[in-house]
Write a protein that binds this ligand. Sequence first.
Ligand SMILES: [Zn+2]
Length: 168
Amino acid sequence: MKTLTINNLEFAQSAQSVTGVLDIVEMDRLADVLLIHEAMPELNIQFTLAGHNKKYSLPSLHLSIDAHLPTTCQRCLNAMSLSLKLEFDYLITDNEPAEFDENDDLDWLEISPAMSVSALVEDELLIAFPIAPTHSSEQQGECKQHITHSGEKPNPFAALKDLMKKSS
Ligand SMILES: [Zn+2]
């Protein structure tokens, strides 16, 4: 997929929207924090970006991300799929809005004639990515199962070694 860039102000003012699937190839920084090897669950990053002219006092963008990222559970050290569902609103403005509250859910982006959508999605995924991902409570059974049957699963340390070999 060609890198998608938008004129973020025009996009918001004309209430355009775009939906797509992003490839990890476009996301070097995110790829660095994921431990990816062949046995990992599939990576899937879907997003929708929609412009709004009247939702707030300034033109804005709404971003939804639905991502499944392959990583390693820090409790049982086996492959796991991390699900992240994220929603953001950004005002499009060259100056920080006067009444802007940092604790608010509302964020802002500088006006740009060529804003990279994949870089924005990547930034948000990097911020949301946990330092030590573990199987969630619904996946607890999986965590235990992996520990009991660890022989059947790829050894995460072998994968790590492969990864280190590749990068050296
Ligand atoms: Zn686990």
